[in-house]
Design a protein around this ligand. Structure first.
Ligand code: AMP
Length: 279
């Protein structure tokens, strides 16, 4: 695997691949790789001729009081994992390389504020800006995003269409630990007590799904789910919310495909998860 930090170098590599008519699959990450990331890499390997993974802890998607400086890092073990998966290129740019003298950002106009945007203002502008830059730098044929970060996947898909990026976004299912906690680089922050409590998020989503299928009102379900989590664990609910899964609009009579979203604080760690419901 080649590791490349400079934009002009990776553009040369990409042009070489294109001149040979090879398709490029791209997996953007912030590193500290776990099996959720690896599932994206494997999907990328399965449908692209060459796979590029980026590791970039994107400073502009972190809020002022968030965990940028403490965000977990493990470059050497990440490289080993990617090597084992036979990834072709790791793009590992510096902050300076990506953002020196920047005056531009990409911003979603309609879906704000949605869910996470309330607690994390500017987060999605930071995400869309870095993803747009990475798409221009890598020029992939396919880009792979996890449903774990469903709002991110939704906004990136819309941006790709709105800004006419010539590539296909491939959604990938959520990978979970044995006890069904969604894998996340942030799980490492949990104390052992919090870690043992955290599967309550997914279990509550399953219960919320059951109630929803039975016809209970979304508002009522959101209340019940919040109470369940807060009375049975140390978790503090940021939101539990049911949206139309295709549009992320409020549920309407026309909806058939839904998503139930959860964000829960365990101490200083905010965990997110979601589940699909088709009715
Ligand atoms: P991150 O490194 O957290 O920015 O995540 C990079 C990519 O991996 C994003 O597309 C995430 O949605 C995806 N991802 C993270 N955790 C999981 C998971 N448990 N299952 C599937 N995809 C994931």
């Amino acid at each position: 695997m080649k590791t490349i930090g400079k934009i002009n170098r990776i553009i040369k590599e990409r042009e070489l691949l294109k001149s040979r008519n090879l398709t490029i699959g791209f997996v953007p990450t912030m590193g500290y790789l776990h099996n959720g990331h690896i599932s994206l890499v494997r999907k990328a390997k399965s449908i692209s001729d060459r796979v590029i993974v980026s590791i970039f802890i994107n400073p502009i998607q972190f809020g002022k009081n968030e965990d940028l400086s403490k965000y977990p890092r493990s470059l050497e073990s990440d490289k080993k994992k990617l090597d084992e998966e036979k990834v072709d290129i790791l793009f590992y740019p510096s902050q300076n390389e990506m953002y020196k003298d920047r005056i531009t950002k990409v911003s979603a106009i309609k879906h704000r504020p949605i869910l996470c945007e309330k607690t994390r203002p500017d987060h999605f502008d930071g995400v869309l800006t870095v993803v747009a830059k990475l798409f221009n730098i890598i020029s992939p044929d396919f880009a792979f995003f996890g449903e774990k970060d469903f709002q991110q996947l939704f906004l990136v898909t819309k941006m790709t269409k709105d800004l006419n990026f010539n590539l296909k976004i491939i959604p990938c299912p959520i990978v979970r630990e044995k006890d069904k906690l969604a894998m996340s680089s942030r799980n490492v922050y949990l104390s052992s007590k919090e870690r043992s409590e955290a599967p309550i998020i997914y279990n509550t989503l399953l219960y919320a799904k059951k109630l929803f299928v039975e016809g209970v009102e979304p508002k009522k379900i959101e209340e019940i789910a919040k109470k369940l989590i807060e009375e049975n664990s140390s978790g503090k609910v940021d939101y539990i919310k049911i949206y139309d899964g295709k549009t992320l609009d409020e549920v309407s009579e026309n909806s058939r495909d839904y998503r139930i979203f959860a964000a829960v604080w365990f101490g200083k760690t905010r965990l997110i998860d979601n589940i699909r419901v088709i009715k």
